[in-house]
Design a protein around this ligand. Structure first.
Ligand SMILES: Cc1ncc(COP(=O)(O)O)c(C=O)c1O
Length: 456
């Protein structure tokens, strides 16, 4: 079937009508849709998505930080199709070939000796699995169960991940959340009183150590961090922050969990951000770029040491099962996705084009409502402020976003500073982005921000 034909046949009005009656969309009050309707996205190719009216946009968010290889790679669809014909499904209570091959591939490319992989279907499940692994491991260490996470961090929508998430608005509706979680500050230099990034990294490490000591090291199982915070306002860490946090974890026998759901698979200019920042996590969570979202898949990888502890003689193993974990078609798609990503050096492209993008975005700093521009590789945030430096309101930031869309570019917005507004514009395009497309994103931002500023 020609995908173009199917898309052309979509009756946008009808789809909008049934969607409006039946689909519950995330993170919004549906009454807002009357004045600000959602786009009906029907097709995509490369870095471009097309709506039901045929209007094309440069997708500067790779959908939801995830279509890393870009849209329309037929090889991935073919791999999944062939697998569905051969063996559509079998659970990992036995062995299926694509899952075995994918686990081996991951063990080859992951940092350190993260050699054992537990498959799930999403980032949220990967995080909740990591929590359970840390707790199961902690029990064997004499009763460690607490998890230290960070304010501004985002770790998914399941109860475990929501408990680790450090943003008021993503938590308060669901409280009380999981017990045994303690939050420490994120390395958010823009609103920190630290005089330098090095000082901030030192302060954060000191705080982590203090918290572990006050809690009692023998009760703390793990510290979890996104190497670069994504959904909490795009916050790349000071250069040596993660190494310092790793040192503290080592000093007190605490596991370090790197949540690489966004940063994994090339986004920061290395295959994994743990490589970029020189750390070896004990546990890593991943999803999104693992299959570039062609099919749902997530995973939690652990070191040999963690795996061996849970598999010591007399232990029951890991007492969890996911029906779709290691789904053959998802694994086949992920394998083809990784082949493309590595053969075409998309991490290298993210590094190179990310530099062009970062330089162009940096020039926006002279616009008064731009408070901060930060990022690495192909993950960037532009934090907007009022004249007095306070965060710009969610509504005003949304207006800027709509102006960017008028320029033919889809960007995102989020935040995470305490209970503050969504005032950071986000960029995380497919890693196949060209310098020219990077220029288009930056110029759409500039036009939109200057228009917003001129309105006063
Ligand atoms: C760092 C991080 N962890 C976990 C998740 C949850 O992933 P998912 O939406 O696939 O459940 C996300 C999603 O954006 C994420 O950014």
């Amino acid at each position: 079937m020609n995908p173009g034909t199917a898309a052309a046949e979509v009756d946008v009005r009808e789809i909008r009508d049934i969607d409006g009656k039946h689909v519950w969309h995330p993170m919004m009050n549906h009454s807002a849709l009357e004045t600000n309707p959602l786009s009906v996205i029907t097709r995509a190719d490369g870095c471009t998505v097309t709506d039901g009216e045929g209007v094309e946009y440069l997708d500067a968010m790779a959908a939801l930080w995830c279509v890393n290889i870009g849209y329309g790679r037929k090889e991935v669809a073919e791999a999944a199709y062939q697998q569905l014909l051969e063996l559509p499904y079998y659970p990992l209570s036995q062995i299926n070939p694509p899952a075995a091959k994918l686990a081996a591939k991951l063990a080859e490319i992951l940092p350190g000796d993260l050699n054992r992989v537990w498959f799930v279907n999403s980032g949220s499940e990967a995080v909740d699995t990591a929590i359970k692994i840390a707790r199961a491991w902690g029990k064997l260490q004499g009763g460690r169960f607490k998890i230290i996470a960070r304010y501004q961090g985002y770790h998914g929508g399941n109860i475990g991940g929501a408990s680790l998430t450090g943003q008021t608005k993503r938590r308060e509706q669901f409280e009380p959340l999981m017990s045994g979680v303690i939050h420490v500050q994120a390395p958010y230099f823009f609103r920190s009183s630290a005089g330098s990034e090095e000082e901030l990294a030192a302060r954060c490490a000191e705080e982590l150590e203090t918290v572990i000591r006050y809690q009692g090291p023998e009760t703390v199982a793990a510290f979890i961090a996104e190497p670069v915070i994504g959904g909490g306002g795009v916050i790349p860490p000071p250069a040596d922050y993660l190494k310092r946090m790793r040192e503290v974890c080592d000093r007190y026998g605490v596991l370090m969990i790197a949540d690489e759901v966004i940063t994994g698979f090339g986004r920061t200019g290395e295959l994994f951000a743990s490589d970029l920042y020189g750390i070896r996590p004990d546990v890593m969570t991943m999803a999104k770029g693992l299959s570039s979202a062609y099919l749902p898949i997530g995973a939690t990888a652990v070191t040999d040491a963690v795996f061996d502890a849970l598999n010591a003689e007399g232990e029951p193993g890991f007492m969890q099962i996911n029906t779709y974990g290691g789904h053959p078609a998802s694994c086949a798609a992920a394998l083809k996705n990784l082949e493309i990503m590595i053969d075409e050096d998309l991490a290298g492209n993210a590094r190179r084009v990310g530099k062009t993008l970062g330089e162009a975005l940096g020039r926006l700093r002279d616009i008064p409502c731009v408070g901060d521009v930060r990022g690495v590789g192909l993950i960037w945030g532009v934090e907007l402020v009022e004249e007095n430096g306070d965060p710009l309101s969610t509504e005003a930031t949304g207006r800027v976003l709509s102006y960017i869309k008028k320029e033919g570019v889809l960007a995102g917005k989020n935040a995470g500073w305490a209970d503050g507004p969504s005032n950071t514009l986000t960029i995380a395009p497919p890693l196949i982005l060209t310098d020219e497309q990077a220029g288009k994103i930056a110029s759409a931002f500039e036009t939109a921000l200057r228009k917003f500023h001129a309105e006063g």
